[in-house]
Design a binder for this molecule. Structure first.
Ligand code: PAF
Length: 279
């Protein structure tokens, strides 16, 4: 695997060795602390492209809480081994100055999606996410880019950015990877104690319960029951549970066609999110 830490070296390599040979590039942007969920994105990218670029960059502009940024797990050596095991072709692992070398302001008119759900709890988060993904798209010029369904709202917002900025890239949403007990894989799971991990299972349990008992005319009752289920779990503090329109993330009603249930909660000190597509 080739490892680049500078944008110049990465661009030269991609232009001279890859683009000139008319090979396609798949990009998997990550913040590292890789797990099977990330590897499934790499495998999916390999199925559709000649070359796969994975980026590992803990992007400061998407953290509104400096403690959260400081605490974010960094496991570069283990990440490199995992990427080599799945035959990823290129790792781009720049430092902050390499990415944000000028003081350019960034503001994308994301619209209502920006301040709903995750956006409400993490003001400015999606401006930071779109800022870094835009920079990576301009740098790598991928044919396709791969993101996990776990960050469902992020995927919708990146899709909006691609439309607004007219970026010629195909976006692919890959299914959530779960541990055998149902917990959605996340880099943040590292912080859970064994007890917290057990309590965190209430999130996937509540989502599945809503999916299995779904009735369009009972949305508000299902939402309340899921909230109660999570609220009764010790050590779990609910952020939101929403049964939403899968395109706009506004609350679904009996006539909504595409429905997704989304949840966020703090388990101990760790904030987790999860979701399930209902229809
Ligand atoms: O989903 C993530 O890990 C990050 O938000 C992303 C897309 C890599 C941007 O920093």
């Amino acid at each position: 695997m080739k490892i680049f830490t500078t944008t110049k070296a990465l661009r030269e390599y991609l232009l001279l060795q890859i683009r000139n040979l008319r090979q396609t590039i798949g990009l998997v942007p990550t913040m590292g602390a890789l797990h099977e969920g990330h590897l499934s994105l790499i495998r999916q990218a390999q199925l559709c492209n000649s070359v796969v670029v994975c980026s590992i960059f803990v992007n400061p502009t998407q953290f509104n809480d400096p403690k959260d940024l400081e605490k974010y797990p960094r496991t570069l050596e283990a990440d490199i081994k995992m990427l080599e095991q799945v035959n990823c072709n290129v790792l781009f692992n720049p430092d902050v100055n390499e990415i944000y070398d000028t003081h350019e302001q960034w503001h994308l008119p994301i619209g209502k999606l920006e301040n709903l759900l995750e956006g409400k709890f993490r003001p400015g988060h999606y401006q930071g996410v779109t800022q870094i993904v835009f920079i990576l798209f301009k740098l790598v010029e991928p044919d396709s880019a791969f993101f996990g369904q776990k960050d469902y709202q992020q995927f919708l917002i990146i899709s909006k950015m691609v439309k607004l900025k007219r970026i010629p890239v195909k976006l692919v949403m890959c299914p959530i990877k779960r541990d055998p007990d149902g917990l959605a894989m996340s880099s943040r799971n590292i912080h859970l104690s064994p007890g917290e991990r057990r309590h965190a299972l209430v999130l996937s349990r509540a989502l599945n319960w809503v999916k299995n008992n779904f009735e369009p005319s009972h949305i508000s009752r299902l939402k309340k029951e899921a909230e109660l289920m999570i609220g009764h779990e010790p050590g779990v503090e609910l952020g939101y549970f929403e049964i939403a329109n899968g395109d706009t993330l506004t609350p679904a009603d009996a006539g909504t066609q595409k429905i997704v249930a989304l949840v966020a909660a703090r388990v101990g000190k760790t904030r987790l999110i999860d979701n399930v597509v209902i229809s």
